[in-house]
Design a binder for this molecule. Structure first.
Ligand code: FBP
Length: 272
């Protein structure tokens, strides 16, 4: 019997830093670019506040654009694994979105990143350009021992339902086939359907986006359902850093993601 390696082809410690025991909680903070400062208040507009949450909450990584990494992550270099987003777009054109690379893998590596992130809009009339860029990014990242994380968002003229199971599964599959180690998707609420999505991603790990701020229990229920579907965790932003108790919510979220607690159990601890 041949011993077959099960981990993706990432060298060094990047994989075990960001995905210890195959699970992860990533704090996403690229919304200032994607949505504009409309998501922020006087506290969370400051990237330093987000770094503090990531540190105190012991996140497995923080995902930011290069400028934020340069100016704010540098002092946390050793303590919070970094994922640098290599592309980004505004919210002005969501009908036929395209988001092209503006930062190199080499520069992300110089900033100390364990991984790079890139959004692909499956169904855009320019999806091919994003496939080509992300494929090359995976190649370069793996040569440097970094993780490639794909934000896979079906959106554009060819997409009728961004959250249909088959569309999400198709996106997960493409991300894996292009070389992603982690594929970030939105959750569609259908646990059985999402199991198929996770299967379609093969050995790429599926993490779920948090979405806009909801109440804590509802968010924890989403987390419980996502974990039941076989997801490896979350790359969450607004639900945590728009909360007025981000650390307590992080602890509750970790109870669900890493310790298998139900949403109700985690919520009871949160309320205490
Ligand atoms: P949230 O948890 O705040 O939803 O963040 C997840 C995320 O993927 C961000 O990384 C990104 O900025 C945003 O969602 C994009 O979402 P959309 O394009 O749907 O507005």
């Amino acid at each position: 019997m041949i011993n077959k390696p099960k981990k993706p082809a990432v060298r060094g410690s990047a994989y075990s830093k960001v995905l210890p025991r195959g699970k992860t909680l990533i704090l996403a903070y690229d919304q200032g670019f994607e949505h504009g400062p409309v998501d922020f208040n006087l506290k969370n507009v400051d990237p330093e506040h987000i770094m503090d949450i990531a540190l105190e909450g012991r996140y497995n990584a923080v995902a930011v654009q290069a400028g934020v990494a340069e100016k704010y992550h540098v002092t946390h270099f050793r303590d919070i694994p970094l994922i640098v987003k290599l592309n980004g777009k505004t919210c002005f054109d969501n009908k036929d979105p395209v988001s092209l690379q503006h930062t190199s893998v080499g520069y992300a590596s110089k900033l100390g990143a364990s991984g790079v992130g890139y959004t692909v809009y499956l169904g855009s009339s320019r999806e091919q350009e994003m496939f080509v860029e992300f494929g090359r990014i995976c190649e370069e990242a793996h040569q440097k021992g970094m993780l490639a994380v794909c934000w896979m968002y079906p959106r554009g003229p060819a997409i009728t339902d961004e959250l249909s199971t088959e569309t999400l599964a198709y996106g997960a599959r493409i991300a894996m086939e292009l070389g992603a180690d982690v594929v970030k998707l939105k959750f569609n609420g259908d646990i059985e359907g999402m199991k198929w999505v996770v299967k379609s991603a093969g050995r790429a790990k599926v993490v779920i986006a948090g979405g806009s701020r909801t109440d804590d229990l509802e968010f924890l229920r989403l987390a419980e359902a996502a974990m039941k579907s076989g997801a490896a965790g979350f790359a969450v932003g607004r639900n945590v850093w728009q909360s007025d108790h981000p650390i307590a919510l992080t602890v509750a979220l970790k109870d669900v993601v890493f310790h298998g607690k139900t949403a109700e159990e985690a919520f009871r601890t949160l309320k205490k």
